[in-house]
Design a protein around this ligand. Structure first.
Ligand code: FES
Length: 138
């Protein structure tokens, strides 16, 4: 049985099938009225995220801490810029991550802030893998 639309809007968990999402592709879903970006990262994107000196970041956090172990190719973040709340664009900007056109914040392939006025990384919502190709958000 699936929850009805009003239950989902109130914040019920949602399940997302990842199997149609090709490597290098992002999808956007909505949870609790918020846009959630799910990125199927390439090996190169993961390597880029892990090659960074974490201590040099404005909001220091390792890539490993932002993804689920064993599912490192999947990045799941709330698509709301931590500056003033605009919705960043995926696969844009200097770091191949997310670019916020409002005031120029640049996030990397781990959703971490790298440049611009945003003070913090894109938030990671609560989620878990319920199978190898399916996550539950919330
Ligand atoms: S709201 Fe994103 S940079 Fe200002």
């Amino acid at each position: 049985m699936n929850p009805d639309a009003s239950t989902i809007a109130a914040g019920a968990p949602i399940e997302v099938d990842l199997s149609p999402v090709a490597e290098g592709q992002d999808i956007k879903v909505f949870w609790r009225g918020k846009p959630i970006y799910i990125s199927h990262r390439t090996k190169k994107q993961i390597e880029e995220a892990r090659a960074v000196n974490v201590a040099s970041l404005p909001d220091p956090q390792s890539d490993e801490a932002r993804v689920k172990s064993g599912h490192d190719q999947w990045l799941v973040v709330i698509g709301i810029c931590t500056h003033l709340g605009c919705i960043p664009i995926a696969h844009e900007g200097n770091y191949d991550g997310f670019f916020c056109p409002c005031h120029g914040s640049q996030y990397d392939t781990s959703g971490r802030i790298r440049q611009g006025p945003a003070p913090a990384n894109l938030a990671v919502p609560p989620y878990q893998f319920v199978s190898d190709t399916k996550i539950q958000i919330g």
